[in-house]
Ligand binder design. Structure first.
Ligand SMILES: NC(=O)c1ccc[n+]([C@@H]2O[C@H](COP(=O)([O-])OP(=O)(O)OC[C@H]3O[C@@H](n4cnc5c(N)ncnc54)[C@H](OP(=O)(O)O)[C@@H]3O)[C@@H](O)[C@H]2O)c1
Length: 355
């Protein structure tokens, strides 16, 4: 990153699974921070957290806590974002929001760092970080869009419980313990036990029969890829995995594409790693992707159900807390800094104007 004046950065939802990962990623990537404000609900106010050897007290997120903040990373649910993000922007902060609150607002850029960073240019204070399942999918779809064109995409997800948050992680652990002890498995966060199960229900059901999670992947992918008419469908499934989402992807391309060429295209995308050697049982796994920032692709093969060599099938895995949430948010903050776009477009001096 280029040398720059350190900023005042706030993390909203700092006690949550994603918020804690955001703080970790900011530190790991040495984001230039003069002051780090950790915000959460009133329940956590007064608790302390050690960051880089400094003890920081958690504050309750209210309008005033954004005074003097340059960049606020929000990860405290859509209701909190709807209420507090405009208040933060009114105080001069730029918000990178991890919830679904603003993603489909046409006035808000929805950005994956290696897919559509130029969309950051027109932000007016709020930038949306995509849903975790969409995040890991769009860089690989971009590679196919640019090389051979996309006709149709079908995605089935296998999503980890950390995608739901801290309570769901505890629920899976509790059900595993109950199973070992021969006791009944109590379900609270999900409508059925998640341990030793696969639940085809993520977020609420919509009138069209899809779940909201499935529909997020459809609509967000179209917006990020600038393909408003992309034919894309999804089944989203929660599985008893702690971290990392996996996806089986079937794509019909406009032009023929061999698996060898597809692997080359995927490997050429920044932050994408191809791991594909059936002979050694080598393919992306949730357990090996966890803790990493890359998107892993494997099991690349021709889909014979589509004629003329225009069908390609593959498997995509990524850490939903890192690239799927925190890492992309920090990458967006880095891009804003590098390109001089931290301030909202209407508050920026025009390019070439005297400072
Ligand atoms: N987990 C993922 O993979 C993932 C990926 C993409 C997006 N997201 C989104 O990220 C957000 C947080 O997810 P999570 O998994 O980190 O959830 P989580 O572990 O349940 O944490 C929720 C966080 O939000 C805070 N919070 C709740 N109500 C608040 C309020 N009224 N004011 C301020 N802070 C409040 C909580 O603070 P307290 O501790 O004080 O209650 C906590 O820090 C959600 O919008 C989720 O959809 C998650």
């Amino acid at each position: 990153m280029t040398q720059t004046t350190p900023l005042t950065v706030a993390v909203v939802g700092a006690t949550g699974v994603v918020g804690q990962t955001m703080v970790r990623v900011l530190v790991e990537r040495e984001f230039p921070i003069a002051e780090l404000r950790l915000l959460a609900s009133g329940r956590s106010a007064g608790r302390t957290v050690d960051v880089r050897g400094e003890t920081i007290e958690i504050q309750e997120a209210v309008g005033d806590t954004f005074d003097g903040v340059d960049i606020a990373l929000f990860s405290a649910g859509a209701d909190t974002s709807k209420e507090l993000a405009p208040q933060a922007v009114a105080r001069g902060a730029t918000v990178i929001d991890n919830s679904a609150a603003w993603r489909m607002d046409p006035k808000v850029p929805l950005v994956v760092s290696q897919v559509n960073p130029d969309d950051l240019a027109w932000h007016e204070g709020i930038i949306a970080n995509p849903n975790c399942s969409t995040m890991q999918l769009t860089p690989v779809l971009m590679a196919l869009r640019d090389a051979v064109g996309l006709e149709r995409v079908v995605v089935d997800t296998y999503q980890s419980v950390s995608g739901t948050g801290a309570e769901a992680i505890a629920e899976l652990e509790g059900q595993i313990r109950a199973h070992v002890a021969g006791q009944p498995k109590q379900a609270g966060v999900y409508p059925h036990p998640i341990a030793f199960n696969a639940l085809p229900e993520i977020d609420v059901f919509l009138d069209n029969g899809y779940t909201k999670e499935e529909w997020k992947l459809v609509t967000e992918s179209r917006k990020i890829l600038h393909l408003p008419d992309l034919r894309i469908s999804c089944t989203a499934v929660r599985v008893p995995v702690f971290v990392s989402h996996s996806e089986a992807v079937h794509v019909e391309t406009a032009e023929p594409l061999s698996p060898e060429r597809a692997r080359e295209l995927f490997a050429g995308i920044d932050g994408v790693v191809v791991n594909d050697d059936p002979a050694t049982h080598s393919y992306p796994l949730a357990t090996t992707a966890a803790g990493r920032d890359e998107i892993f692709v494997g099991r690349v093969r021709q889909d014979p159900s589509i004629p003329d060599g225009r069908g390609i099938a593959f498997w995509v895995v990524s850490d939903n807390l890192r690239k799927g949430a925190a890492t992309n948010a920090v990458e967006l903050a880095e891009t804003l800094l590098e390109r001089g776009w931290v301030r909202a477009r209407s508050r920026r001096a025009p390019a070439g104007a005297p400072a």
